[in-house]
Ligand binder design. Sequence first.
Ligand code: SF4
Length: 140
Amino acid sequence: MLSDYRTEIAAIYAELERRPLERTCLRRTECCQFHLTGKTPMLTRGEAEYAALGVRASGRKKLPPRDDGACPMLGRNGRCTIYTHRPFGCRTHFCAAAGGPYPRKHVADLIQRLEALDEQLGGDGPRPIQAAVADALKKI
Ligand code: SF4
């Protein structure tokens, strides 16, 4: 199952990249400052476990504590430390500089695939990124 979910998550993210929608993430990381945006990405289980693989690949076994309201995967250098493993919400977010949120009708099928995978993995729907990835790190 482990390799299956990786394949499906990678396929979903790759499909998103192929969609003919003008979006350009400039890695400004403003969306990673949850205390400023008031919005926290919500992750299905497959996304969380895939993100946890990114954390492991960056050489960490658990998330660093943060008391500044930013994402725990945001590096001290101001860069996302799991960029290639970042979750769906970080790819389709509300960042105006990147082009704004994706219209739901353009990604609804991909969201359905994420939700179906969540169910297969025994998930219980999307959860806030911090708790979802912290728990996933204990499993992988
Ligand atoms: S996972 Fe990366 S892109 Fe997403 S909020 Fe965290 S630091 Fe930002």
